[in-house]
Design a protein around this ligand. Structure first.
Ligand code: ATP
Length: 200
């Protein structure tokens, strides 16, 4: 599988945020996107995910077969907001995403154990601390199989141990032939990743 962006442009409120961005990632490949606040990292990820229309160029998946013909079908998107309902329990939220996303992978309890949240699945998501919310959202990546992970500041709010645990999960995903595109201000511990610097 290959994730390709060609001559991508992005706009916000009618203003050009970036233009002519291109990259290609084969399975096992990672791209780390850096740049100052407002450089357009989140906008780029949202365009790649198909959540915002591209102002120019295109994004495509090659070799995804029938299961993953498009980026939307092939990708998990982890945004700044965690996309969880605060009044539902952590388990209910993850159960919803597991059913909605299809291609079930880890069970909800196993996914929670993997992110170090075993035993708190019964709590409303809204009761969790900031870092726990982020970890529960990372568990969303594990409950269904999607080869492309699009991650917007995935480690924001995580403590050191959780950061390291997440680096291990990303490395495992890459070893399994996955692809990662991550916008970040913090080192993510991915050796050999490609780099894209925006906004300079
Ligand atoms: N909904 C919106 N309407 C208009 N402008 C927007 C909107 N969302 C973002 N922008 C603008 O687009 C530009 C890029 O924002 P973006 O969130 O992509 O930057 P970023 O590199 O991810 O920043 P950060 O490091 O602060 O997360 C900024 O100038 C921002 O003000």
């Amino acid at each position: 599988m290959r994730l390709i962006a060609e001559n991508l442009g992005g706009e916000r409120g009618g203003e050009t945020v970036f233009s002519n961005i291109g990259f290609a990632l084969d399975k096992g490949g990672a791209l780390i996107v850096t740049g100052p606040n407002g450089a357009g990292k989140s906008t780029l990820l949202r365009v790649v995910a198909g959540l915002l229309p591209a102002a120019g160029g295109k994004v495509l998946v090659e070799g995804g077969g029938e299961a993953f013909p498009t980026v939307a079908s092939a990708a998990h998107y982890l945004g700044h907001l965690n996309a969880m309902k605060p009044a539902l329990s952590v388990e209910e939220n993850l159960g919803f995403w597991r059913a909605f996303q299809g291609d079930p992978a880890l069970g909800v309890e196993d996914a929670l154990e993997t992110v170090g949240l075993g035993g708190i699945g019964h709590l409303p998501f809204g009761y969790l601390s900031t870092g726990q919310r982020r970890r529960a959202s990372i568990a969303k990546l594990l409950v269904s199989r999607r080869p492309i992970w699009l991650l917007d500041e995935p480690t924001a709010g995580l403590d050191k141990a959780s950061e390291e645990r997440f680096a291990g999960l990303m490395r495992g995903h890459l070893r399994d032939g996955g692809i990662v595109v991550a916008a970040t201000h913090l080192p993510l511990g991915l050796d050999g990743a490609k780099a894209l610097r925006m906004g300079d």
